[in-house]
Design a protein. Structure first.
Length: 256
């Protein structure tokens, strides 16, 4: 699973013309008619649980990252940072909402590593939760975008309902939405991650499936439908966790 980039001429408000990076996986067109196309990338590591991993150039982060741009944070070891994002069955939260995909990015051996877990059956949730727990250590600092309000509480609920120890609760959590809001509210039309990508990272998404379509894409696949849109959800999630690490590097750079 390799992220591809293609330059395009474009401008962003209040910035000179730059060639934005087009970010995404090599996903097929959104209207592919292959009703029998059930192929998903990655390896099945447990019944109904797929694992994907890719490596990329890492953003310029020093071994000790200055996270003082966020409240209650100072220097954080780069190797302890884990950016994460979930794709879920709905936006309402609560016990009826589950995560069917978890993506994470970290820096390993000087490269950006992106790992994703995808459940293709309802019964695979516990295996996914156990696998994600194995990615965490007591030193892990979680990094998200609105994850303190949504992703983390949802996962905590799923661990509790599965009667599993929750590995998230004791960890420090750096939510990048809040420093972005403090810095750019009133200057930008909104502080969504897509706006951050366009304004700060010069990233344009290619054939991106809106997050609101992710629950439908997963349900369709579970009901025997094509995998086309579920692959696009994987691409969307991949871009999310890659952008999180890039955004962290920008916020931690003096003068940016």
């Amino acid at each position: 699973m390799i992220a591809t980039f293609a330059p395009e001429d474009g401008t962003t408000p209040d910035r000179p013309a730059v060639p934005p990076r087009v970010r995404g996986l090599q996903a097929p067109p959104s209207r592919a008619p292959a009703s029998g196309d059930r192929h998903l990338p990655g390896d099945e590591i447990a019944p109904g649980l797929r694992y994907l991993e890719s490596r990329h150039d890492a953003p310029p982060l020093p071994p000790s990252v200055d996270a003082s741009f966020a409240k209650d944070f100072g220097a954080v070891a780069r190797d302890d940072l884990l950016c994460f994002d979930t794709e879920t069955t709905g936006l309402a939260g609560g016990t009826g909402t589950r995560a069917f995909m978890i993506g994470a990015s970290d820096v390993v051996d000087g490269q950006l590593r992106i790992r994703q877990l995808l459940t293709t059956t309802m019964a695979a949730e516990e295996a996914m939760l156990n696998c994600f727990a194995d990615w965490l250590t007591p030193r892990t600092v979680l990094v998200s975008y609105n994850g303190r309000s949504y992703d983390a509480p949802l996962l905590k609920t799923r661990y509790r309902l599965a009667r599993l120890p929750c590995p998230i609760a004791p960890l420090a959590h750096l939510d990048l939405l809040h420093p972005v809001r403090r810095r750019y509210r009133g200057q930008w039309e909104n502080c969504r991650l897509g706006t951050v990508e366009r304004r700060l990272l010069q990233v344009l998404r290619e054939d991106d499936l809106p997050g609101s379509e992710a629950p439908r894409a997963w349900r369709d696949y579970l009901q025997g439908g094509a995998a086309t849109d579920l692959r696009r959800v994987l691409a969307h999630n991949h871009t999310d966790v890659r952008s999180l690490m890039d955004l962290l590097a920008v916020l931690a750079t003096p003068g940016r």
